[in-house]
Design a protein around this ligand. Structure first.
Ligand code: SF4
Length: 216
């Protein structure tokens, strides 16, 4: 949980907040496929723009924010409302490259839970009910993000990533849920993870179940 409610003299008017816009790669109502909330319905908002640039990224189209149309907070809130979603997942790209306060403040008026999936490499913003920290070696998380992570999800390709996952877990709060996730195009990582979790049961396996189910 993270909340940056603005000080009164910092607050933007409702009209201004509704007119704030973000570059959006896609948005859709679907099923959360990964991590603790796997299987639950959620409205996904994928912001464009990412300066982390993992070589194995499966959403490289999201990297250049200029390539995607902007949507206003008003438009995004209307989409979530029309879907009657109770949960919103803000993902990317790297969503924290944008100040999320105007968007999350307005979404909160719908009484939805707001989740974020982030590399943690840019400052936290907005009102966030669930933070999935997925750290990347290419641009490491800011130190202050670790203690706010509800779950730590480390993508594993090789043994080296398991060692790094332990180092990252040490920086998180003790309540943070710990997940190892195989990289989809690296099937050799699966037996590594299975054996590691059997020996280190504080970790669980997160699978990209939406890819098995063939839902977006
Ligand atoms: S942080 Fe996420 S969106 Fe950005 S390059 Fe890495 S996997 Fe892709």
């Amino acid at each position: 949980m993270y909340n940056t409610a603005p000080e009164p003299n910092e607050s933007v008017s409702i009209v201004e907040a509704l007119d704030v816009s973000y570059p959006i790669m896609e948005h859709f109502y679907t099923i959360q496929g990964e991590g603790y909330h796997t299987g639950s319905a959620a409205y996904f908002i994928r912001t464009a723009g990412c300066d982390v640039q993992c070589w194995w990224c499966d959403v490289k189209d999201s990297w250049d924010g200029e390539r995607h149309p902007k949507m206003t907070v008003r438009e995004l809130v209307e989409k979530v409302k029309a879907a009657k979603a109770t949960k919103v997942v803000i993902t990317g790209g790297e969503p924290l490259m944008h100040d999320l306060s105007p968007l999350t403040d307005e979404l909160k008026k719908l009484k939805v839970d707001i989740h974020i999936e982030t590399s943690g490499s840019s400052p936290l913003s907005g009102s966030l009910d669930w933070i999935t920290l997925s750290p990347k070696r290419f641009k490491k998380p800011l130190p202050e993000v670790y203690q706010h992570a509800d779950e730590l999800k480390v993508v594993v390709l090789t043994n080296k990533d398991l060692k790094w996952a332990e180092e990252e877990a040490e920086k998180c709060a003790k309540e943070t849920k710990l997940y190892l996730q195989p990289e989809w195009d690296t099937p050799a990582s699966v037996p590594l993870i299975v054996e590691y979790v059997k020996k280190n049961p504080k970790w669980e396996i997160s699978l990209q179940t939406h890819k098995f189910l063939d839902v977006p």
